[in-house]
Design a protein around this ligand. Structure first.
Ligand SMILES: Nc1ncnc2c1ncn2[C@@H]1O[C@H](COP(=O)(O)OP(=O)(O)O)[C@@H](O)[C@H]1O
Ligand SMILES: [Mg+2]
Length: 398
């Protein structure tokens, strides 16, 4: 019997459509001699569907409702060890809802908030199914730009200077925060909502007035806001990392080619561009043309970012090079990168089917390792007379 891979995509995310494209690329690349692919599409309303029609991107052009007529709505139970996909609609009273499929491994190809940030990964953890990619902790830490930068900085990984606060704090002490930003960072700065996976809500500010407008704008998207020193002469370089925190390798580097300076680029982002994953279709230089020492340093920092955050599977680390000083800073990690960064691995000699194979093997390896850990601690606390008192004691102790 072939191993059944459930590829999960879509999701309640602003990057829903990009995920459909990434997942279809991944499903087409999976070696059919070795694996059966089961697409699991998470619609924008959160319902799950499966069906072969989901494996042809051209079907999505007909409109989702038309496409879903050819699909079966399914769900999984949050029960440890139950890897079945059940039909959501039973056909009659005697229909027990026979599973549509029993999965062996899950590969989330989901981008953005609600799905790439540990929320969906938590569902898979609860079910206990082996799955590819970051766990809840590393996904969540990787998604939040504030938490991520705190962790990286604490480990000596260079990140740009920043100030962060919540929307409520901004409302209460605008003056003090503006002073802090001006004193610590000066202008220009970049303002970002902390936890969006696309460039929505991101903008630059060159003075107090712009700063206020940008922060008010970012606050519409997220309760957590980060203001960063802006690198004026910016060169962006991306590097993919594959493996787990104990054993990983880095890819060749890519340099996304942008027309015009950063502002144009940013305005394009803000205006019509969907997000950075759209860049997979745009021009890029692979490998990036950099001195050997800078290439090595960026690969090292990408690997360290992956390791320090405890990542797994395939990620993409985006770094920023200051064109004036040649200082290198880690900007962000994408724990489920657009197109799974397959083009960077192909350039490094790893074919897309081999990449998918590696993800499956990493998922199974993690599961095997988890099974060696103790998850319960036998004690006869209930048999002991003081059980109830003990519970109260625990409550008090918290
Ligand atoms: N500190 C910075 N200085 C200059 N440009 C920046 C800075 N931070 C982000 N940018 C620009 O904004 C883009 C989007 O920011 P990023 O942090 O990557 O957010 P997202 O998660 O939306 O991709 C980057 O690709 C880069 O072009
Ligand atoms: Mg980015």
């Amino acid at each position: 019997m072939k191993t059944k891979i459930g590829v999960f995509f879509g999701g309640r995310s602003t990057e829903h459509e990009i995920s459909v494209i990434s997942a279809n690329q991944a499903m087409a690349a999976i070696n059919a001699d070795k694996y059966d692919v089961v697409p699991v599409y998470i619609a924008k309303d959160g319902h799950w569907y499966t069906g072969d029609a989901l494996r042809d991107v051209s079907n999505y052009k007909k409109g989702i409702q038309t496409l879903l007529k050819d699909c079966t709505e399914v769900y999984m139970r949050p029960v440890y060890g139950d890897y079945n996909l059940y039909p959501a609609q039973r056909r009659g009273f005697f229909d027990k809802g026979k599973p549509v499929a029993t999965l062996d491994v899950a590969i989330p190809v989901l981008h953005g908030s609600n799905v790439e940030d540990g929320i969906f990964e938590g569902v898979l953890e609860t079910i206990g199914i082996p799955y590819a990619g970051c766990n809840t902790l590393s996904s969540a830490n990787g998604m939040d730009k504030i938490t991520m930068k705190m962790i990286l900085a604490a480990d000596g990984i260079p990140v740009v200077d920043y100030v962060w606060f919540t929307d409520k704090q901004w409302g209460r002490k605008k003056e003090a925060l503006t002073d802090e930003i001006e004193n610590k960072l000066g202008y220009p700065v970049i303002v970002k909502p902390a936890n969006l996976g696309s460039s929505i809500g991101i903008g630059s500010a060159h003075n107090r007035e712009e700063l206020e407008t940008r922060i008010d704008d970012a606050a519409r998207y997220s309760a957590r806001i980060i203001v960063e020193h802006m690198i004026k002469n910016l060169q962006e370089i991306n590097c993919s990392v594959l493996g787990d925190q104990d054993d990983y390798e880095t890819s060749v580097l890519e340099e996304p080619i942008k027309s015009g300076d950063f502002l144009d680029y940013n305005m394009k982002y803000m205006g019509g561009g969907k997000n950075d994953r759209g860049m997979q279709a745009s021009k890029k230089r692979i490998p990036a043309e950099l001195p050997e020492s800078e290439t090595k340093r960026i690969q090292y920092l990408a690997g360290e970012t992956f390791r320090v955050l405890g990542c797994h599977g395939v990620s993409r680390v985006d770094v920023m090079v200051d064109g004036d000083t040649r200082e290198i800073y880690v900007n962000e990690i994408n724990t489920i990168p657009g197109s799974l960064s397959f083009y960077l691995w192909e350039a490094a000699g790893v074919k897309f089917d081999e990449l998918m194979d590696r993800l499956v093997r990493l998922a199974l390896k993690r599961k095997r390792n988890q099974e060696t850990k103790t998850t319960s601690f036998d004690s006869n606390i209930f048999a002991m007379g003081g059980g109830v008192k003990g519970v109260k004691g625990c409550k008090g102790a918290k």
